[in-house]
Unconditional design. Sequence first.
Length: 600
Amino acid sequence: MLSVVLIWIYVLITTYLTGFAFLKFVTSLECMHSQKGSKGTYKKYNTHFRASFIVAGLVVNTVYAELFSIFAGVGIAANVLMIAFCVLIAVYYREELIGDFIDVSRLFVTGYTGYYYLLIFLIMAYGTSHGLMHYDSDLYHAQAIHWIEDYGVIKGLGNLHVRLAYNSASFALSALYSMSFITGQSFHVMAGFCALMLAWQCLDLKDIVRRGHPIISDFARIMGIYYLFMVFDEIVAPASDYFLSTFIFYIVIRWLDMNVKHERSYVPYIMLSLLGVYAVTIKLSAAPILILAIIPIYRLLSGKNPGKRKALLISVLLAFIIAIPYFIRNLIISGWLVYPVTAINLFGVDWKIPKGIADYDAKEIKVYGRGFTDVETYGDMPLSQWLPQWFAGIHGLNKIMVILDIAAIAIYLVCLVYFFAVAINKKTEFGKKKVFNISRHSMLNFADFITISTTMVVCLLFWLFTAPLIRYGEVYVCLTFAIIFGRLLVRGFNLLDADGIFAKRLIAITAIIIAVWVGYKGVNVVKEDMPRFNPDYLLVQQDYGRYEADTFQISGMTFYYPVEGDRIGYDLFPSAPKNMDGEIEFRGYDIFSGFMPLKN
């Protein structure tokens, strides 16, 4: 745990500094200034949440690690260079940063808020120190991170181990902060750190009592807390699913908060859209989240202000900067721009993974996601056959949530029809005028509700018809019904007398129920953790698994493969899931030249 805490402090400092510099630069651009009122002056947007600096820094440092990996291994040199940049940033912005530090320090003096954040920090660090290592982490996550640490990127690496072609930006981020160059142990703390960001964001749920009424983001936060309890004993693993889910939760919650508060500036919406692009580089299944970019694009294209056009061009440029390193790594590792999608075949490189292998791999992902393992039998099964079997295989709360999602989609369709009917017949400007007369300003307007609901429904359906393993799409399963039903509940509450006894008692009872539920889940987490408790993990994080292995050689270089099964862990490097002798070869004389399929 101590190792996790120390690395997290390093992560907090470096991400805060790089994120601070990035957001300061973007908001300083004149085209990013917002007009106050229809005829007001243009003012610079001020970032309201310090967590935004950290999240922005995670994106900046990930892109940095990906770019660095194209030229060299991401190890001590990458960290030294990053630290040098951070020192320059700290010196340049020293007065503002000192002011921020003083403001944060006041959280521990003027109330209990600072201690709440510290407590969550320590709890999440404990959860990240040990737990259930994900099967895929010992299968290929650890090896993928090891390759980035030692070599950066190698041409045709996917030919050695097809799973290594599953490129994810999260692996580059994990390699940057693994600290393997210090002790030889590669620490895997970044999935837990992303979970920490979500946990801190969910802490704002406590404001429901002070506020005296619910808002729609409260329901997203409740599901975020539920998700954190579900994965608390798993965030020790560097699986991309945890990175993706926590970022999707973050995007949706922050988007709901801004819309409820009727944020006028388009800058924070641009930043969330860029975070959506980043989420896609973690896992391509997040692509539908980019629907939320409709809001800033519409705002930037509306009107005749040339500054908005410039802001749009800068936003597109930033999106490309985030995405291009990911696609370059894809091409180098697999020979395909988007592996295992073979429909996009733009490059005839000699290290390309054979099309047949890529197509089979894509089918295997789809079949596995539907709950089957036999690709030959279930690979081409029609929807009418696999969907009932998939649904029957879901149990417990997951099945209940899927049923709630189905009901929520039905409600969404009714709302969508109503939205367009009113828009066509009455020419209502939904972005400016609310469809319902409500007494509160802190309610998501109908057009924004349709936008976020459409995004979540499309995300859910995209997941369902590609690879509907619950682990892959838990975030969509949780958020879809929470947002749609949440707005109905908020609408119902707003019909009550806010200052009445019933409304106050309802809020108090709700707060008590949430507190009891969190306490109950917390007790269960402690009970489940007790058999796994090891005092050694209070100092050093649990390592990857270790397995018995055999060896094979390629041009005199030794490679490892597991004697049983297909997992190999981190230490035995380089490795493959099986003996690849006679199947692949070096493109040149050594490993730096890359791998290619053996020519017949």
